[in-house]
Design a protein around this ligand. Structure first.
Ligand SMILES: N[C@@H](CCC(=O)N[C@@H](CS)C(=O)NCC(=O)O)C(=O)O
Length: 421
């Protein structure tokens, strides 16, 4: 039977439990129709004397505090990899949980809450919060320069808690120009957000393109202006809205379950090129690759129904660690899963030493990079894209070399070559 979690459905603290549950195979359900104020009833106060959400009901009684709830769920699965496999992993997971809870969360909340109208906005207090947050993000960035995840080589509970604590920052406060200073934190956050078990809970997450505005002080002489710059009269409902605050701020989650429209690429005129045939030929050709696969590719290629694109990673200078670079490319290909019916790709990690260059070749259905890929796969914007001019023999030859993993490639050794098919 599912454990019941009391919280609004976009509460970032409840996400910790829900994501941990996905990883652990534990059934957790949000209490249906959680309402503002439900956390102030005498029954609720019996479960959590401070009257805050989330609270988890278990067969042995209620638990409050979101980290404790997530730990409980994690421990329901014996030897859960979310807790690592050695004592030192466990200690480091706890270390990063504390870091996420003491160095990241309060600073984001001290920046966020006054701007939401849940507290007095005082510029020096905000400045101090941002400066402490930057210090923490700087340290995190240093750690993540050499580590894909916080501890070991897989997602742990520490990653779940930290990502949830970064969530409000990325979605409401920390624009691209703020986070660009912490590129490894950016890469880390989007890697986690795009893990299937995170996606099931969080849906689509978009980085805010502006900092949540400061609520304007209502001036009796200018009532209209005040209402315009502080919409939805949030401050008025301050006390009552507290529990449902994330539900109020995360309209995008509410919109998530839209009916799926037909992919426009399915509506294109039929092509003589059957993508699966090319993928089969590519996979089955073991010898004479040039004569068989490459020749076959150009025989099949339909320049009207498909287009070829070169991509170049924009931040190659950051590719200082081989396995981190390879993981980054691996993550990109995982996230391209949604385009499998419409794309084929080769991604090369080039160089015999750091910094490694990441370059690729993609074949897409249609004449443009599909819009849904640009919208859904954040990696796309990390690359410069250039359409291949197949009338240019040099570009055509580059296509051949990329399909073939030719080494040396442009005079350099290949560290890795990955195929999306
Ligand atoms: N440390 C707590 C924080 C809980 C918390 O602040 N909950 C907010 C909503 S995210 C709440 O219930 N606020 C209502 C109130 O303060 O009365 C946790 O991690 O669970």
């Amino acid at each position: 039977m599912a454990l019941v979690l009391h919280a609004g459905k976009t509460n970032k603290n409840a996400f910790k439990a829900l994501i941990a549950a996905e990883y652990s195979g534990v059934q957790v359900e949000l209490v249906p129709n959680f309402e503002v104020g439900a956390n102030k009833t005498p029954e609720f106060i019996k479960m959590n004397p401070i009257g805050k959400v989330p609270v988890l009901e278990t067969p042995d009684g209620p638990i409050f505090e979101s980290n404790a709830i997530a730990r409980y769920i994690t421990r329901l699965k014996p030897d859960n990899p979310l807790y690592g496999s050695a004592l030192i992993d466990y200690a480091r997971i706890e270390q990063w949980i504390d870091f996420a809870s003491l160095e990241i969360d309060p600073n984001i909340l001290n920046w966020y809450r006054p701007r939401m109208g849940y507290g007095v906005y005082l510029p020096p207090v905000e400045e101090a919060a941002i400066s402490a947050l930057k210090r923490a993000l700087g340290a995190l960035n240093t750690h993540l320069a050499l580590n894909t995840y916080l501890v070991g080589h897989a997602v742990t509970l520490a990653d779940i808690i930290l990502t949830c604590n970064l969530f409000l920052g990325f979605t409401h406060l920390m624009t691209k120009s703020f986070t660009a200073e912490f590129p490894h934190v950016e890469r880390y956050f989007w890697t986690l957000i795009n893990q299937p078990n995170f996606k099931k809970v969080l849906g689509e997450v978009k980085q805010s393109d502006k900092v949540l505005p400061v609520p304007s002080v209502k001036k009796p002489s200018k009532p209209k202006e005040a209402a315009k710059s502080k919409p939805k009269e949030e401050p008025k409902k301050e006390v009552k809205k507290e529990a449902a605050q994330p539900a109020a701020e995360a309209g995008e989650e509410e919109e998530a379950p839209k009916p799926k429209p037909k992919n426009p690429l399915d509506l294109l005129p039929p092509s003589k090129m059957i993508l699966d045939e090319w993928k089969r030929l590519y996979s089955n050709t073991k010898t004479n690759f040039r004569e068989v696969a490459i020749k076959g590719f150009w025989d099949m290629y339909d320049p009207e129904g498909y287009s070829l694109w070169f991509c170049d990673y924009k931040y190659n200078d950051e590719n200082t660690v081989s396995f981190v670079t390879m993981n980054k490319v691996g993550g990109f290909l995982q996230r391209m899963d949604l385009a499998r019916k419409y794309a084929f790709g080769k991604m090369l990690v080039i160089g015999s030493g750091p910094p490694f260059k990441v370059r690729g070749l993609w074949l897409f259905r249609g004449q443009e990079i599909p819009q849904f890929v640009l919208d859904e796969c954040y990696d796309m914007e990390l690359y410069d894209w250039r359409k291949v001019d197949i009338a240019d023999e040099a570009q055509k030859e580059r296509v051949n070399q990329m399909i073939e993993d030719q080494e040396p490639f442009e005079g350099e050794a290949l560290l890795d070559a990955k195929c999306f098919k």
